[in-house]
Design a binder for this molecule. Structure first.
Ligand code: HEM
Length: 455
């Protein structure tokens, strides 16, 4: 979902090494803190904050939500490369909803990831729809929504089931040690490639390019790496774009049933995607659709492994419980931590006065633990009902286009895994890549008892 190009650290204050707060720390903190006096473990602009373990970050968000002024301004240090002076953090469910549903004021341009994409990069590679506002956004969304019509999704669902079954066949045959590359990354990637009509022979190369293009988003790194890694990411992205543009040209001449043909063919306004727009959309789909679902699947296995009573509920009545389990995994794990908006006009929100040009972070991870909406929000409870989780956004024009598809993929994979390998479980905590953008799992050790031969 990122611009894939955000290889620079998004939070680059000099290393303010945190004295990590224990989960109980907020109780010892006064209820209102001037932003300048924030301890490092509450400073959302400090890279160290995003390296905190999940429970400590959740405790920090809980504390921010409880402040008398919960729309919280985070100052950024001035620096030669830094244009922004800081940002307002929205940590309550109601505030994230309000901002998401008011696109006239809360704009997605010039970019929703932090920092915003460089202008030359946007000119060169095209803007993805997630960074655009109407009318341009609406026009693009109308075209790409062709990919997500019930007819196309129904066809894909058959594919999802078959792909999930093949992945589990391979897991049984090969007994891999790491759930992420062997299982979690496979399904969303194969599904998107099948939807786009990407020939099998190109897929391994594409998978390598995505890893290179997105591995560094929102991750704080030393200067030496920050100079080297964007080059790698950009080269990977350029290769991806060239490949897809070439396929687009082929399909324009010889259309088939696949998504690329639908996207480059003319619509009622006589307009299809240009080669560059197609490349930008495909890159968006790969990161939006592959990385997010991959991380959700991995977090889900770990959550179900560490909550045996919830797992027992799911396994006892899978068809009754799967929908609730998937939504609770999405709420608890929140694969995309936050997106940004930029104010088009002065505006009041949550008691705070925001000014035109100000930047606002929509902290989905914090909103998804808002105790005023989710009783006992840190508990993992697959029977939670209602569960108005915001992992796919807070509604409004940018609401995740792939939400239905992602849910279908998660249900298909868990159905296949738990029915054929009922004791499958993680054996260690996931290795998390610290990031202010996504809740990325690099690896997850797992085990299972293989079924008896012929079983
Ligand atoms: C668990 C998986 C996923 C999560 C957590 C997720 C999350 C999100 C979020 C938070 C947004 C931004 C919403 C907003 O700004 O209001 C978004 C937008 C988007 N997502 Fe997803 N997503 C997931 C899976 C997918 C999949 C599978 C696809 C497609 C195959 C997809 C395609 C998109 C697209 C195209 C947008 C941009 C929509 C727009 O700007 O109009 N996502 N997603």
């Amino acid at each position: 979902m990122s611009d894939q190009l955000h290889t620079e650290a998004s939070v680059s204050r000099p290393p303010a090494v945190p004295s990590p707060a224990p989960p109980s720390a907020p109780a010892e903190i006064p209820s209102a803190i001037a932003p300048a006096a924030l301890p490092p473990w509450l400073d959302l602009a400090a890279p160290a904050f995003w390296r905190l373990p999940d429970p400590q970050r959740a405790a920090a968000f809980r504390h921010l939500r409880s402040l008398p002024a919960p729309v919280h301004f985070v100052e950024r240090p001035a620096g030669p490369l830094r244009r922004e002076r800081g940002f307002h953090a929205l940590v309550r469910h109601a505030d994230v909803l309000a901002a998401s549903r008011n696109p006239q004021v809360f704009r997605s341009a010039p970019g929703v990831t932090t920092p915003e994409p460089a202008r030359w990069v946007r000119l060169l590679f095209g803007d993805s729809m997630v960074n655009l506002d109407d009318p341009r956004h609406a026009q693009l969304r109308r075209i790409v929504a062709r990919a997500f019509t019930p007819r196309l999704i129904a066809r894909v669902e058959e594919d999802i089931r078959a792909t999930a079954a093949r992945i589990v066949d391979r897991v049984i045959a090969e007994r891999p040690a790491d759930f992420v590359p062997a299982v979690a990354a496979q399904l969303p990637f194969q599904v998107i490639c099948a939807m786009m009509g990407i020939p099998e022979e190109h897929r391994p190369l594409i998978l390598r390019q995505i890893d290179q293009a997105s591995e560094h988003t929102g991750v704080h790194r030393p200067l030496r790496e920050r100079i080297r890694l964007p080059g790698q990411g950009l080269r990977a992205l350029a290769r991806l774009q060239r490949l897809v543009a070439r396929l687009g040209c082929e399909r324009r001449r010889h259309p088939t049933e696949d998504l690329i043909s639908a996207l480059v063919g003319a619509d009622l306004d006589g307009r299809g995607l240009t080669g560059r727009e197609l490349g930008a959309f495909f890159s968006l789909l790969l990161v939006a659709g592959v990385e997010t679902t991959r991380n959700a699947l991995a977090h889900g296995l770990h959550l179900l492994s560490t909550h045996p009573e919830q797992r027992a509920l799911l396994l006892a009545e899978p068809e009754r419980r799967l929908d609730g389990a998937v939504d609770e995994i999405l709420r608890h794990a929140t694969p995309i931590i936050q997106f940004r908006r930029t104010l088009a006009a002065d505006h009041q929100l949550g008691g705070a006065q925001l000014a035109r040009g100000d930047q606002v972070l929509l902290c989905y991870a914090a909103a998804n633990r808002d105790e005023s909406v989710f009783p006992d929000p840190d508990a993992f409870d697959i029977t939670r009902d209602p569960n108005p989780q915001l992992a796919f956004g807070g509604g409004g024009p940018h609401f995740c286009l792939g939400a239905h598809l992602a849910r279908q993929e998660m249900k298909a994979l868990y159905r296949e895994l738990f029915s054929r390998l009922p004791d499958i479980r993680s054996t260690a905590a996931p290795e998390i890549v610290p990031s202010n953008f996504d809740h990325r799992v690099r690896s997850l050790a797992f085990t299972f008892t293989p079924p008896a031969v012929g079983g």
